[in-house]
Design a protein around this ligand. Structure first.
Ligand code: FMN
Length: 275
């Protein structure tokens, strides 16, 4: 081997060593960086998309996709009136939207509740046979289940109901007065028990994790905002008052709607009442 061959072998070995040192130093730096992060910063950091992460994600095992629709076989099903209210312009609804926390004792009507549920998650179209809904959803995977704590709705007994998206109907999960329990779970925010109805937006995480991995959690939180904004604007248009609530004791709200808090968990509350 000539002097040139020896030189080029030496150059390749040096380059490889440099790359190895670079990778080790950068990984060690990243680990140190991670340790310094708060839990929230870490969540954001670790669910951030990077090309390395995207490639790595291809080889990571993801959970199996859970069923698209949650069902309550054998429970009482209440068909809701067809949602067909024609209200104010979207511009007026946006301009007039405000968080309202005081309601009158007037019950909200079943037609109003029907319209609100439709705004939250109603079926508005179809693509390749799959139902598409009123609020956008990453990959049209729709992680949310909607529960309503019915406190004061005409012709609808008090109780916890689950919204059956495909049939635009309510399924009775638990009968009774839950106004005290939802107020208690919501850190004594009285509007939650005073409202005609309090929505509980609950997410089944694996519906999005099965495709997007841990980033799917971010999509869940974003989607809750879309749904809640629809409820806000629809409330304004119906002449009702409403407010969203992110401050609540998770475990207690999960108990109210009977979900485990891990595979499915309450993400957001939204109270709606008459003015
Ligand atoms: C993520 C989030 C969480 C919120 N949580 C609560 C809450 O727990 N209780 C409450 O009374 N209002 C809550 N709000 C409503 C805000 O207080 C309200 O939007 C803000 O004061 C602005 O007023 P506006 O909605 O009338 O424009 C929340 C709003 C957001 C976006």
């Amino acid at each position: 081997m000539g002097i040139h061959g020896k030189k080029s072998k030496f150059a390749i070995a040096t380059a490889m060593l440099a790359v190895a040192v670079f990778v080790c130093v950068s990984l060690a730096g990243e680990k140190k960086h991670e340790k310094e992060l708060s839990i929230g910063e870490r969540f954001h950091h670790e669910s951030s998309l990077t090309w390395r992460g995207v490639l790595g994600d291809m080889f990571r095992t993801k959970p199996k996709k859970p069923p698209q629709y949650k069902t309550y076989p054998g429970v009482k099903k209440i068909k809701l009136p067809k949602p067909e209210y024609k209200g104010m312009t979207v511009e007026d609804a946006i301009k007039n939207r405000r968080s309202v926390r005081n309601y009158s004792t007037k019950a909200i009507s079943k037609a109003q509740l029907s319209q609100l549920l439709f705004a939250a998650q109603g079926v508005t179209g179809k693509m390749y046979g799959q139902a598409l809904r009123s609020a956008p959803s990453a990959g049209a995977l729709y992680p949310f289940e909607i529960y309503v704590v019915v406190n004061n709705v005409q012709d609808l007994p008090q109780g916890i109901y689950h919204y059956c998206v495909l049939e635009h109907a309510l399924e009775l999960v638990k009968a009774g007065d839950f106004s005290g329990k939802i107020t208690d779970a919501g850190l004594e925010q009285e509007m939650l028990g005073d409202a005609g109805v309090t929505f509980v937006l609950s997410a089944i995480f694996d519906r999005v994790r099965c495709k997007y991995g841990e980033r799917g959690f971010r999509y869940v939180y974003i989607e809750a905002g879309h749904i809640s904004q629809n409820i806000y604007l629809q409330s304004v248009s119906l002449g009702l008052g409403s407010v969203c609530a992110g401050a609540f004791l998770d475990e207690k709200v999960n108990q109210v709607i009977d979900v485990d808090g891990r595979k499915e968990a309450a993400i957001y509350l939204h109270a709606v009442g008459s003015l």
